[in-house]
Design a binder for this molecule. Sequence first.
Ligand SMILES: NC(=O)c1ccc[n+]([C@@H]2O[C@H](COP(=O)([O-])OP(=O)(O)OC[C@H]3O[C@@H](n4cnc5c(N)ncnc54)[C@H](O)[C@@H]3O)[C@@H](O)[C@H]2O)c1
Length: 249
Amino acid sequence: MSHQGKVAIVTGGGGGFGTEISKQLAAKGAKVAVVDIVAENAERVASEIGAAAIALEADIGKAGPVKQVIADTVEAFGGVDIIINNAGLSYPPVKVVNMDEDLYDRVFDANVKSIFHFTKYGVPELDKRGGGAIVNIASTSGVRPRAGNTVYATSKAAAIAFTKSSALELARQNIRVNTVLPVASMTPMLTGMFEDDDGSRIAAMEAGIPLGRLGQPKDIAAGVMFFLSDEAEFITGVALPVDGGWTAG
Ligand SMILES: NC(=O)c1ccc[n+]([C@@H]2O[C@H](COP(=O)([O-])OP(=O)(O)OC[C@H]3O[C@@H](n4cnc5c(N)ncnc54)[C@H](O)[C@@H]3O)[C@@H](O)[C@H]2O)c1
């Protein structure tokens, strides 16, 4: 379907999934605010898209920058219809007893508080357009955690609960809220988490996925685009694993 005339904010738009989601939205006619804490990555993606995109540098774990992103998007494109809360933070495997409290806070700010901020400050803009859609990118970790990943998994479980609860709050405002749960996928996040891997740990993950491969940005973008489509007009509060069967059994 076309998203002509729609305006989308994509957080983490300079990263693996965010790049693909931003480009697919623009290809369907949307105007896109590509938001990232790494300015040069947001700028690269926005410039690859062209006039339909702007790059905005922001730490989405903080209220002030989120409010600025929303204001800048409204100024550039006249409103907001779609919010993709995709930015997130992970870390190499570490047991809770060895984890710094500072890292806990950074993970929760990026993965959970960001969704709170964009819901709190973004919904009034969606209301002005008569409704809209929010898609939060959680993780299969939120329903099927791995050892060494407790805080990340807990943050993603929170993102799933936030999605369902806010979907209930916002349904009568014609705002649908859904979440995509990606399995391990080849993006800078995954390669960063396993930079000391000789290939065997990633190969073991791949072997454990029933469909026999890791996820790719196009798989996750497909889930997002489905939630944004007219065909999904009666779907809200849903957590969709895009995982090659990883959470099925
Ligand atoms: N790749 C995977 O295996 C995988 C699996 C499950 C879920 N996810 C989730 O998918 C989402 C996208 O991940 P990805 O794989 O594309 O990773 P990525 O690292 O390629 O992209 C994430 C982007 O978010 C940005 N970001 C991080 N913290 C930020 C902050 N505080 N403010 C603004 N931007 C910030 C980063 O700069 C980066 O560009 C994340 O929420 C991640 O947790 C990824």
